[in-house]
Design a protein around this ligand. Structure first.
Ligand code: NAD
Ligand code: WQD
Length: 353
């Protein structure tokens, strides 16, 4: 495609649901930089519009936002009538495992029923290229690692089941209506931030996930990290995961988008690095990257956790020509740049210079 401007003229707009969020904002930036025009639909229930203002600043191109809900059928019909949408990247959804156990109906309504509304509106409007944010959580407790896409699925919490249900809905739809092109992307553990330090992960309240918690300890917002279990059957006794840099993940979406523009039918791929790192390895990598200590205490295991999980990433390479390139050092350096320049996330308001 070469020149981004030329490509933008030739390409229809990509609708990015949840595009103001963590992974969505990084992907919107990658899309703009690759010459794709975008339109973001986000209800801002877990994001700030400031993320997109910063994306525009980095890309030097507009990232227009419609503040609205994927469950609002009238709004979607209107949006699809007004804009020439060629494809959809569907990030919008709720994602906190613990909250999903406490409020399952919110998860089924937002993630499952919401995706149903979106798909129905898209089908009516003739927009049938669709990429879905699924999760390695659909594998549940793995029988063996690395996890291949054909491994047994069976999530263990309502959030995971909501992702699994959407996967099945999409496969059924692609089987019933062969002109749909559907990509199901199973992310492993997305971390890190764009190298500019302008956009990154900005969780509300106490972070549920390891790396934002570690970053907040390093910056002094929290006293110490609780390590959930030191007696797992792993090399150092702490949990092992496949951490993937969010910028690599964003590139994976570009590759998936090219594929749904070229081929009908459904595909499912893991997006991971194929390598596992323990909690303590990540803590030490973060200490090196930040030059700050990250005090920790080993505490009880967290309910529902598993010992280890990492991807077999070969299908993504075969099908999409994509592989992760950035290692844990870059993940930690970039997360630290974001955290140290924006200690209160987007709530700090003015963008750092
Ligand atoms: P995020 O919360 O930062 O982004 C989700 C965005 O969707 C938010 O901006 C939120 O405001 C928006 N949203 C939620 N419900 C909506 C609705 N009904 N209508 C419109 N907008 C809505 O989360 P993220 O980490 O960027 O995750 C993006 C997607 O990737 C989610 O679907 C998530 O389940 C999936 N995923 C995330 C991870 C992870 O660890 N971050 C791992 C695997 C899969
Ligand atoms: C990683 C490791 C913890 C926090 C979750 C979701 C999954 C997906 C990615 C969306 C584990 C340990 C964590 C802390 C700790 N999200 N940990 N202290 O659990 O692999 O996956 O996010 O789809 O669905 O379940 O990620 O970052 O929470 O935990 O010791 O304060 O860090 O036990 O070993 P997880 P995580």
């Amino acid at each position: 495609m070469g020149d981004g401007r030329q490509a933008a003229q030739a390409r229809a707009t990509v609708l990015v649901t949840g595009g103001a969020g963590y992974i969505g904002s990084h992907t919107v930036l990658a899309l703009l930089q690759a010459g794709w025009p975008v339109l973001v639909l986000d209800n801002l229930c877990n994001a700030s519009a400031e993320s997109l203002r910063r994306v525009e600043r980095i890309a030097g191109r507009p990232a227009p936002l419609v503040v609205g809900d994927i469950r609002d059928e009238a709004l979607l019909d209107d949006l699809l009538a007004r804009h020439q949408i060629g494809s959809v990247l569907h990030f919008a959804g709720l994602k906190a495992v613990g909250e999903s156990v406490a409020r399952p109906l919110d998860y089924y309504a937002n993630n499952v029923a919401g995706t149903g509304v979106l798909l129905r509106c898209l089908g009516r409007a003739g927009v049938r290229r669709f990429v879905f944010s699924s999760s390695a959580t659909v594998y549940g407790d793995p029988e063996t690692v690395p996890l291949h896409e054909e491994a047994r699925t069976g999530p263990t919490n309502p959030y995971g089941r909501s992702k699994w249900m959407v996967e099945m809905m999409l496969e059924d739809l692609a089987a019933a209506e062969p002109d749909w092109a559907v990509g199901i992307l199973r992310y492993f553990n997305p971390v890190g931030a764009h190298e500019s330090g302008l956009i990154g992960e900005d969780p509300a309240g106490i972070p549920n996930n390891l790396m934002p918690f570690v970053a907040q300890v390093a910056v002094g917002r929290r006293e110490h990290l609780g390590v959930f279990g030191g007696d797992w059957p792993t090399a150092d006794g702490t949990g092992v995961r496949d951490y993937i840099h969010v910028v690599d993940l964003a590139r994976g979406h570009l590759a998936a988008l090219e594929r749904v523009h070229a081929h009908a039918g459904a595909f499912t791929v893991n997006l991971g690095t194929g390598k596992g790192f323990s909690v303590l390895e990540m803590v030490h990598a973060f200490e090196r990257a930040s030059g700050r200590p990250v005090p920790y205490r080993v505490v009880e295991r967290r309910a529902g956790d598993i010992a280890e999980c990492w991807a077999d990433p070969r299908r993504a390479l075969e099908l999409l020509g994509w592989r992760a390139e950035l290692g844990i050092e870059r993940m930690c350096e970039d997360a630290w740049r974001w955290q140290s320049r924006n200690p209160d996330g987007y709530r700090g308001a003015t963008a750092p210079g």
